[in-house]
Ligand binder design. Structure first.
Ligand code: BT5
Length: 332
């Protein structure tokens, strides 16, 4: 009933619709209408009630409710119906919640979004700061018919899709991808991606792609350490709030388009997209992985998503994982 009441209020906005009319139209009791209105109000919808005129919707909260996101989607695989979007006010980590759903056979394209994560995770057990309503904390379930070795390209796919979405919404911002999973604006991190998988040696059960975007953080919302290395769209956008609902819909559309392309044409176009928006290639870098810290010039991105770095002696190494530090170069 709640969703239907919301739809009616939305259609009538900014005018009133009477409780009686809604009750009759949906064939429910007046009490049930009233209860739904109360539930919507406690979800943050500002609904004005007038004894004579009925109800009208004044403010839609910028929460990532399925009803607020699906209206703008034209996806083929991702979040194709409202039931595939699981919204929570608070979770440990959207990746963890989604892995539990995946283990219970949730379909490909299921997403989990939360207003807040209290145990948001980065790579290798690092933390990801995810305060309430300040960002997009989203995980996407995919079940691609590909071997586990082919999965690194999905992090690149996600990074390129976020970069594209930010360009659509905030065309003025210079967003760059640092291999493999960071999006930076003015050298500060605005988005991180954590891809996790369940697989056997030869068989991929599923992939969970976790995306965290700092949207409306003020300086005070960061810890003192993060303030130096992180930023938000609000801070980079002349201190103007950005709609998380709109960004989420645009992002899901972009992810869907890229994933569909990947399945039909292979990784070529994703690699191309990624290259267009990256700020890693051509730079001096230090790549740290479990084995070594290797310094050189990032020369190219391989078809499988690995980064090719050329050392001083001209030796080229392929990195499939690792941390990249961009080293400032003299003379540009
Ligand atoms: C990442 O790890 O960048 C992956 C972040 C993925 C977060 C999403 S949110 C939805 C989903 N659910 C989850 O639990 N996670 C995913 P990494 O490259 O390891 O970077 C982690 C480092 O970034 C931390 O050690 C901090 O220094 C820094 N950091 C933490 N929170 C940050 C934030 N909100 N913005 C920018 N940097 C942050």
């Amino acid at each position: 009933v709640r969703h239907k009441i919301l739809e009616l209020l939305r259609e009538k906005k900014p005018s009133y619709i009477s409780g009686e009319e809604m009750a009759a139209f949906l064939a429910v009791s007046r009490t049930s209408v009233w209860k739904s209105i109360q539930a919507l109000q406690s979800d943050g919808y500002v609904i004005e009630g007038s004894p004579r005129l009925g109800y009208r919707l004044l403010i839609i909260p910028d929460h990532l409710y399925p009803a607020e996101i699906t209206g703008n989607l034209h996806t083929k695989r991702i979040a194709v119906n409202r039931e595939m979007i699981h919204h929570y006010h608070q979770v440990e980590s959207t990746n963890t919640t989604l892995k539990n759903l995946a283990d219970k056979d949730a379909p490909e394209g299921t997403i989990v979004v939360a207003e807040e994560q209290i145990g948001g995770r980065g790579r290798q057990g690092r933390f990801w700061l995810s305060p309430p309503e300040k960002g997009i904390w989203l995980s996407l379930l995919l079940r691609p018919p590909l071997p586990p070795q082919d999965t690194p390209v999905f992090t690149l796919l996600a990074a390129a899709a976020v970069a594209k979405s930010l360009k659509i919404i905030l065309p003025e911002l210079a967003v760059g991808i640092k291999w493999p999973n960071d999006l930076l604006i003015n050298r500060r991190k605005v988005c991180g991606i954590l891809t996790e998988l369940k697989a056997e040696a030869e068989f991929l059960h599923y992939l969970v792609i976790g995306i965290g975007i700092n949207v409306n953080f003020r300086e005070k919302d960061f810890t003192p350490e993060l303030r130096k290395i992180a930023t938000s769209l609000y801070l980079e956008n002349g201190r103007k709030n950005v709609s998380r609902q709109r960004l989420t819909s645009v992002l899901l559309n972009e992810l869907d388009k890229s994933y569909t392309e990947l399945l039909s044409d292979g990784p070529r176009s994703i690699i191309g997209q990624w290259k267009k928006d990256n700020i890693t290639l051509g730079k001096r870098v230090v790549v740290k992985n479990v084995r070594e810290a290797f310094e050189g010039k990032a020369v190219d991105l391989n078809e499988d998503g690995s980064l090719i770095v050329e050392g001083k002696n001209g030796i080229r190494k392929h990195f499939h994982a690792g941390e990249v530090t961009l080293v400032p170069m003299n003379g540009g």
